[in-house]
Design a protein around this ligand. Structure first.
Ligand SMILES: Cc1ncc(COP(=O)(O)O)c(C=O)c1O
Length: 388
């Protein structure tokens, strides 16, 4: 079965993990700090990268670190994985959504500003914005930063899809614009640690708080403790979690990170083949790339106007599955999830661009190991079924 995404593991990765398994530290050892340093060098956060157990944990810690409270409104895009919006709910804050821009599929800054102004006009304040670099296409971060500064908002980058992408010719863009950056290293992402994630920031206070919350809220910093009974002593002044990542996961992460640029190149090559074949078909829309951006294609979201075809999206999806190609759909817009409708009053029709995107979207296979023959086979099947 060819899947829409999967990990690429080589002997170097396996050796790196085995080395750690043969050593003294399975967790809380040196490989964690080494991985954090490697990430810091690649993504440019000034010494502040905290690796955690997964991207969802990273989002949860971001919400707590930024101090979101009940009555705080946090704006994000409905076109994202559940965890982006769920982290707002974890903190007890109120999520609201702003529709995507129809070219980049990322949150539309003009609509963000409109919404912030609307809330101000009714005496409410927006606390933060979470932008998602959807599919590997960075948001319009300059515009989002300007809005955040103008209205005194916090800015978070859910960067899980865009490792290795560039914005304004810069691979280190994410921490330059956002107060906190979240990554995931799930196997379908650009690099993997199995489960895993990180929080990156240029703000040392945020970093210290994230680190405490990653490990139960514990501190051994004499400046932060009320007492000090001896070298074993620690205190908690807030409740944290066990969101640690293991050393063998981090060894895999460091080994994978060395190959990130070549992984991204492979993904771009695969995307180019799809673009060449599908961009001239009237009822198909390939992903567009703004000229400020180099896409890193975590996903290849193809939009097909099924109204123009003699088969439905469900029929097409199932035919592809029967032919050995497991497509996916990214995403069901979050505001139409029953929980969000019932708890926060969202309804179908609230964010029409995201909803229309969902009607038409299918994610085609894109991962570094996808062979030319397998990609040709995927393309042949798509052409066969859409041409009836
Ligand atoms: C945009 C986005 N945010 C957050 C997450 C959560 O990451 P994880 O699966 O590592 O918890 C994902 C993972 O699928 C994601 O795609």
């Amino acid at each position: 079965m060819i899947s829409y995404g999967k990990q690429t593991i080589d002997q170097g990765d396996i050796d790196a993990v085995v080395d750690v398994l043969k050593g003294d530290w399975l967790t809380q050892g040196p490989a964690v700090g080494i991985f954090e340093d490697d990430l810091q060098k690649y993504f440019g956060a000034k010494q502040h990268v905290c690796a955690v157990s997964n991207g969802t944990a990273a989002l949860h810690l971001a919400a707590l670190t930024l101090g979101w409270q009940p009555n705080d409104i946090v704006i994000t895009s409905p076109l994202t994985f559940l965890a982006t919006a769920n982290c707002i709910v974890y903190a007890g804050a109120t999520p609201d959504f702003v529709d995507i821009d129809s070219i980049s599929y990322t949150i539309d800054p003009n609509k963000v500003e409109k919404k912030v102004k609307y809330y101000r006009s009714i005496g409410k304040n927006v606390k933060a914005i979470i932008g998602i670099d959807f599919a590997g296409h960075p948001c319009d971060w300059k515009a989002l930063r300007e809005i955040a500064d103008k209205y005194d908002l916090q800015l978070v980058n859910d960067n899980c899809h865009a490792l290795g992408a560039t914005y304004l010719n810069d691979k280190k863009y994410a921490v330059k614009y956002a107060d906190l950056v979240i990554q995931s290293y799930h196997p379908v992402k650009h690099l993997t640690t199995g489960e895993g994630g990180a929080i990156l920031t240029n703000n040392s206070d945020f970093d210290e708080k994230v680190r405490r919350l990653r490990a139960h809220g514990m501190t051994k910093d004499p400046n932060l403790m009320d007492e000090n009974d001896g070298p074993w002593y620690y205190e908690i002044h807030e409740v944290g979690f066990n969101y640690r990542i293991t050393d063998f996961q981090c060894a895999l992460g460091s080994s994978q990170l060395k190959k990130l640029d070549s992984f991204v190149e492979n993904r771009r090559e695969i995307a180019k083949q799809y673009n060449n074949l599908f961009s001239n078909i009237e009822f198909i829309k390939t992903p567009k790339v703004q000229n400020t951006v180099e896409h890193s294609y975590h996903l290849y979201p193809l939009q097909i106007n099924f109204e123009k075809l003699s088969l439905t999206k469900v029929e097409f999806f199932e035919k592809m599955k029967n032919a050995g190609v497991n497509l996916q759909v990214h995403y069901i817009p979050i505001h139409i999830q029953p929980y969000y409708q019932k708890r926060f009053g969202f309804k179908k029709g609230d964010f029409p661009i995201s909803e229309n995107f969902y009607q038409n979207e299918l994610s085609l296979p894109v991962y570094p190991d996808l062979s030319t023959d397998d990609q040709k086979n995927v393309i042949k099947k798509i052409e066969e079924y859409i041409n009836g």
